[in-house]
Design a protein around this ligand. Structure first.
Ligand code: NDP
Length: 498
């Protein structure tokens, strides 16, 4: 079999160069010289090394970001010039789309065709969308009345100011896209950033940083510290020089971030886990709903915070939909991400493989029926068969907990009231799906679902204009759209006596 570097023809130059972190515009090793290994999850082989940055490196990066925020070319730059740089980042991502797709595929394991069609263009689009916002961030004026100052006149208005130095911690499931979701609004608002990619997938963030410098981003505005969550991530989340932390990852670590940030009451936005209900009514167009429900869970190997992992099917079409989704699952072509025919790659890491197969074993012990899949595939790499489970319910781990793998549990229901209550029976509230041809039914159910996104007759549709985030323990705040701009700005009220 060809090695990863040979297979990744567009990314070969980047792969062969030594990897360093970006601090204050310079590419540096970690202060202690330690590195961490980067794996190709399809082969289980080490393909690269990146610096293992820790608290000392975070200190330097935060100091650089602070200098760039307080008094620099960046802080004095016009909104229009800032927007032009952000736009150029989008252009450069598109120019290097094949290379970025390969990097993403070999680092994360996802099919290169999916990275090229979804992750990379969505990342570019986010920068293009946010570039436009740079010139449209403004306050308001207010005709204030002030009852205790009769006859006085005032000019009152608000200013929207960047929140400051932002620590951004991103996960491994969409490494480039999650970095884009966070960097775009931070730069549009004039913040400066220290970014920590996940230890499993640090490569695309480093290539993106190169492109951002090429786009004209001044030194210190973006700093990238590669390293482990417990060291580099924790140091960033608790750093007194950081004004805001933006995190995407597990609910468990999200709670640690909140605790770390509580010390000096930093601003926090967190986008966390999910156990999203996907509801198929009997009146749905099953030709669309069946592949739609399968894609809702199997897209990105189920390593998707919004994955439709609880599939509620109306009783009288239960057998048909269960069989259809299982049939779809069995036809998915598993393989190495860099193989152009691959439809589903491996899970990202051996830890994730053990986690997902651990859930499957727990399901089996608890008497949950495996309709298809249910096991690891092959001897190399971290592949798990697309899996459909039947007969799970509250109290079963596969039903209650986020698995974050290609595993869906199917559950029958008999009416709308029952499914609305069941859908909300989770600590999470990230997303939900509804499949029906009855729009009245859909519109009545939408407000009952405690979820940040509801998809109707579609699933996994993301756009730079559409806010994304969770209710309940799925997080605080929203990414994307105009809403995210508020997460990166402070509002200053100004009142001038005339
Ligand atoms: P984590 O939440 O541990 O990782 C997300 C990010 O947080 C990574 O960059 C990680 O760094 C960092 N991190 C880890 N610990 C800390 C810490 N103490 N302080 C600051 N940052 C930290 O997710 P896992 O990789 O462990 O995956 C476990 C589960 O989390 C998955 O099975 C899934 O259920 C969920 N998850 C949810 C995601 C989502 O999109 N909502 C994305 C990824 C995972 P490092 O990787 O270096 O440890």
């Amino acid at each position: 079999m060809v090695t990863t570097v040979e297979a990744a023809s567009h990314a070969a130059r980047f792969l062969e160069q030594p990897k360093r972190m970006l601090v204050d515009g310079a590419w540096v090793d970690s202060r202690h010289g330690r590195t961490l290994e980067v794996y190709d999850p399809a082969l289980g082989e080490v393909i690269d090394h990146v610096p293992a940055g820790d608290a000392e490196d975070v200190d330097l990066a935060v100091a650089a970001a602070r200098r760039a925020f307080e008094d620099s070319e960046w802080s004095r730059m016009t909104a229009s010039d800032r927007g032009r740089i952000i736009w150029r980042v989008g252009d450069l991502i598109l120019k290097h789309a094949d290379e970025l797709a390969e990097i993403e595929s070999m680092d994360n394991g996802k099919p290169v065709s999916v990275a090229r069609a979804a992750d990379v263009p969505l990342a570019a689009d986010l920068f293009h969308y946010m570039a436009g916002f740079a010139t449209k961030i403004h306050g308001q004026t207010f005709p204030i009345s002030v009852p205790y100052a009769p006859g006085a006149q005032f000019h009152a208005y608000t200013l929207k100011e960047p929140v400051g130095v932002v620590g951004q911690i991103v996960p491994w499931n969409f490494p480039l896209l999650m970095a884009a979701w966070k960097l775009g609004p931070a730069l549009a608002t004039g913040c400066t950033v220290v970014l920590k990619p996940a230890e499993q997938t640090p490569l695309s963030a480093l290539r993106l940083a190169e492109l951002m410098l090429e786009a004209g981003l001044p030194n210190g505005v973006l700093n990238v510290i590669t390293g482990f969550g417990e060291t580099a991530g924790a140091a960033l989340a608790g750093h007194p020089g950081v004004d805001k932390v933006a995190f995407t990852g597990s609910t468990e670590v999200g709670k640690l971030i909140v605790k770390a940030a509580a010390n000096d009451l930093k601003r926090v936005t967190i986008e966390l886990g999910g156990k999203s209900p996907n509801v198929v009514f009997a009146d749905a167009d099953l030709e669309t709903a069946i592949p739609g429900a399968a894609n809702a869970i199997f897209f990105n190997h189920g390593q998707c915070c919004a994955a439709g992992s609880r599939l509620y099917i109306e009783q009288n079409v239960y057998d048909e939909v269960l069989a259809g989704v299982s049939d779809y699952a069995e036809k998915i072509k598993l393989g190495r991400g860099l193989d152009p025919d691959t439809e589903m790659g491996p899970l990202v890491s051996v830890e994730q493989l053990e986690r997902v197969t651990g859930f499957l074993e727990a399901g089996e012990r608890e008497g949950v029926r495996t309709v298809t899949g249910g096991k690891q595939v092959g001897e190399h790499g971290y592949f798990v068969a697309p899996t459909v489970l039947d007969g799970a319910g509250p109290g079963n781990r596969v039903f209650d907990e986020e698995i974050f793998g290609p595993v869906v549990t199917a559950i029958p229901f008999s009416d709308t009231a029952e499914v609305a209550a069941a859908a909300n029976e989770t600590i999470y509230g990230l997303a939900a799906g509804i499949w029906t041809t009855d729009l009245t039914k859909a519109h009545r159910l939408i407000p009952q679902l405690k979820a940040g996104t509801v998809w109707v007759n579609t699933y996994n549709i993301f756009d730079a204009a559409l806010p994304f985030g969770g209710y309940k323990q799925s997080g605080w705040g929203r990414e994307m759209g105009e809403e995210v701009i508020h997460e990166y700005t402070e509002t200053k009220s100004v009142c001038i006596g005339l």
